[in-house]
Design a protein around this ligand. Sequence first.
Ligand code: F6R
Length: 365
Amino acid sequence: ELGGYASFYEMELAAGAEALSQTVASLVDVDGSAIMDALDVDPFELKRIRKVVVVGAGTSYHAGLVGRFAIEHYARVPVEVDVASEYRYRDPIVDDGTLVIAVSQSGESLDTIVAVREAMAAGARAIAITNVVGSQLARVADGVLYTRAGPEVSVAATKTHLAQLAALELLALWLGELRGVLFPEEAIERRRALGEVAQAVGSVLEQTEALGATFRELASSQRFFFIGRNVALPVAMEGALKLKELSYLPAEAYAAGELKHGPIAMLDREAVVVALVPADRLRPKALANLEEVKARGATLVAVVAGEDARVTELSDVVVEVPATPPLLFPFVGVVPLQVFAGTIARERGLDLDRPRNLAKTVTVE
Ligand code: F6R
């Protein structure tokens, strides 16, 4: 059943590239155009939306935070992202110009379902992104994009997150085309790049064993920080969440630019800082943050897109991932963090598939 893996977590993590490419294959035609017929939402209505709200919980919320960058970039429409349990209680401003995108692996998270129901009652259109066909969320929303990750057994999500990122990217491109921001040829080109990212993810997954051997040495550390900017911030948040839920250790994620506004006071020789460094225009800023961290004596783990001599010089552990287009960094950046959390938890003798106090699906408030 586990195909040689010691846990569902590790088996499903290893299936990330496949989950991604299956999802892309189901939503992109051979000629590179989008297959959105299953969405069943009137394109004319989508064209007219004035605001997008993405809701979800946990890992799905983090996918939404990544999706915001793609939607704002490709479709030039303002995007809000909120955890469903907050959104539903904050008396949000919703009207018929609002598109709600609800992200949920299970399609059964109660807060997410209620957030969608209430927004729809106030006039919003809603699209669900879920991995489970016929789930409650899929039935409630106006339209559905299914992720094709296959069933996920491990409580901590891995492969479904990659599939969610892909679905959001494709939805962003389609909104961009509908709204006339992207020429069809540009959208086709972006979809091709997304298809290629599956190979890049595959190449990161090939390093799983080697990464595990390196990360193992950090398993006795007691405090972890994850930092990133821009599209790498939600990746940092997801890395911290994975580590918290699997290893029960304090792990915080910060916008790297916020470090010096407070959290840097916590850094010392005992701390481990995992820094996400995409190949983008913010590389010099990221390097400045690495220097700050290093100066406090913390152990620095850098997940960096492409080779960078300065990053190597500053870091105790360097994880090099392929340099993708900047917006696609989260796909390759999150995988080493999934490996990181699994390795630390395993070294500490914990059950990767059944972290304490957690359920795979949260159908209560
Ligand atoms: C984290 C994790 C949870 C879920 C969250 C939402 O690894 O699995 O944080 O992401 O409970 O669940 P879904 O996506 O089913 O709505």
